[in-house]
Design a protein around this ligand. Structure first.
Ligand code: ADP
Ligand code: ADP
Length: 224
């Protein structure tokens, strides 16, 4: 589904400094896979996710989405693929404080002007699936940290994405909230959807079907 071919990513900091975040990464995530991306802090996990989710462009190499080279597509096209195919979850829920839980979940629809009446039903259903049936109208400050994270998870599902891309989705949440999040990933994956989850928690990574391990911006290959 998503293929990275010889990806290098160099970040420029000011005029002089360069950070080589990824070195010659080639990896394929197949449709229906649940992969965990692991490695120490600074090893390139978030950068890997940014490449796979078309959030940033590589310095070198090719990114394919469903076999199609999307590396040099215009921003508008890349945004369209992200909006239609991908659901993102980041470590911070970034909810709009003046919108209630359901309105936050429906936000991607309103922003991209694709809102249909049936979306509200699906929005309520995903909030129910993450255990927030009774809190549809709560504003973010009326929700605990873990509940806010679950709203963000429901929001990521509003477009019924083919691939979920999650960066430390269970960072700083308690065991209960972490289990709700991971169960939903598994449920989504069981329906044939792809999940790519960045985590530094090896116990969580073991829940995935496959582990991609990074060290210093390189793939750590199994000795074969
Ligand atoms: P991880 O997610 O494994 O902690 P990252 O992909 O965030 O690793 O970072 C890999 C390297 O790239 C680190 O050295 C980090 O400081 C650097 N880096 C990440 N994003 C940026 C950025 N936007 N600008 C400059 N350097 C960055
Ligand atoms: P946590 O222990 O996870 O930080 P909180 O103490 O923030 O949880 O919240 C506990 C419960 O009270 C949650 O279910 C949350 O929805 C609810 N709650 C928290 N703040 C408010 C509020 N200002 N108005 C209504 N409900 C709230």
């Amino acid at each position: 589904m998503i293929t990275l071919e010889h990806i290098c990513k160099i970040y420029k900091i000011g005029r002089e400094r360069k950070v080589h975040a990824l070195h010659d990464i080639s990896e394929t995530v197949h449709e229906g896979e649940f992969v965990a991306v692991v490695g120490p802090s600074g090893s390139g996990k978030s950068t890997f996710l940014a490449m796979a989710g078309l959030l940033e462009r590589p310095t070198e190499g090719v990114v394919r989405f469903d076999g199609k080279d999307v590396t040099d597509l215009r921003d508008r096209e890349r945004t369209r693929i992200r909006a239609e195919r991908c659901g993102f979850i980041f470590q911070f829920p970034s909810l709009i404080p003046t919108l209630n839980a359901l309105e936050n979940v429906l936000l991607p629809k309103t922003v991209h002007r694709t809102y249909q009446n049936s979306d509200e039903k699906w929005g309520k259903e995903v909030l129910e699936r993450v255990g927030l049936k009774d809190k549809l109208e709560n504003l973010p400050y009326q929700l605990s940290g873990g509940e806010q994270r679950r709203v963000a998870l429901a929001r990521a599902l509003i477009n019924k994405p083919d691939v979920i891309l999650a960066d430390e989705p269970t960072g700083a949440v308690d065991a209960y909230n972490a289990s709700v999040i991971i169960s939903l990933f598994k449920e989504w994956n069981a329906q044939g959807k792809t999940v790519i989850m960045v985590t530094h928690d090896m116990k969580l990574a073991d829940e995935a079907g496959r582990i991609i391990e990074l060290a210093d911006g390189r793939l750590k290959q199994d000795p074969e």
